[in-house]
Design a binder for this molecule. Structure first.
Ligand code: ADP
Length: 201
């Protein structure tokens, strides 16, 4: 589509203004890892803690996004890429709107994650690797999807019939087959604190 005549319009209220109003900064915290590794569980509990501290926050969750804006996308490589491109753009809008955004997506391809990191250009972006062995994830299988993937009912399933490329340099690794949910939540809160994400001005 020709975008030549589409011109960005700057409003009167900036992200900095919104951050000042809210008394906290906005940014994107990206959770990556195998299905059932614990991304959603941890992100939603972090959201609850942040909200309790008076911080505007929101979880963008893989399954929910695929029910709505990305319901027309599948799980082949091209659709996965487009899925993440849209999520990156939605995240940008949320962060611009002043929200501390938590994104829980398998995001198995290094290249796609790099794209998101670049799109944020080091701008209040953190990557969290929720690391869990495939054996443990399969044992948990909260939605019965691993069983279906093993039976070939679900194709291109990450960890079974599609690859997961581990992050090389995440801001933190949560080994969820070794640590409990509360410990992970605590570690994320500590990380956000140390990186001044929850610094009140
Ligand atoms: P994902 O978002 O990565 O697909 P979910 O959070 O939806 O994963 O599911 C993870 C499941 O594993 C949840 O049912 C959660 O209660 C369970 N679980 C068990 N032990 C842990 C742990 N140590 N850390 C995170 N989740 C755990």
């Amino acid at each position: 589509m020709n975008q030549n005549h589409v011109i960005w319009h700057n409003g009167f209220v900036s992200r900095a203004d919104r951050n000042n109003l809210n008394n906290h900064i906005s940014g994107l915290v990206w959770f990556t890892g195998l299905s059932a590794s614990g991304k959603s569980t941890i992100a939603h509990l972090v959201e609850k803690e942040l909200f309790g501290k008076g911080i505007l926050t929101y979880v963008l969750d893989g399954d929910n996004v695929r029910h709505g804006i990305n319901s027309n996308l599948g799980f082949g490589p091209e659709d996965r890429k487009e899925n993440l491109r849209r999520i990156a753009e939605i995240s940008k809008l949320f962060v611009d709107a002043g929200i501390l955004t938590l994104a829980a997506f398998i995001s198995p391809c290094k290249e796609d994650r790099e794209y998101i990191r670049k799109r944020f250009d080091g701008d209040n972006f953190l990557e969290i690797y929720v690391k869990c062995s495939i054996e443990e994830c399969e044992k948990r299988d909260p939605k019965g999807q691993y069983k279906k993937a093993r039976a070939g009912i679900i194709k291109n399933y990450t960890g079974i019939s599609a690859p997961y490329e581990e992050p090389e340099n995440p801001d933190i690794i949560l080994n969820t087959d070794e640590i409990d949910i509360e410990t992970s939540v605590h570690k994320v809160m500590e990380l956000l604190d140390s990186r001044k994400f929850i610094l009140f001005r």
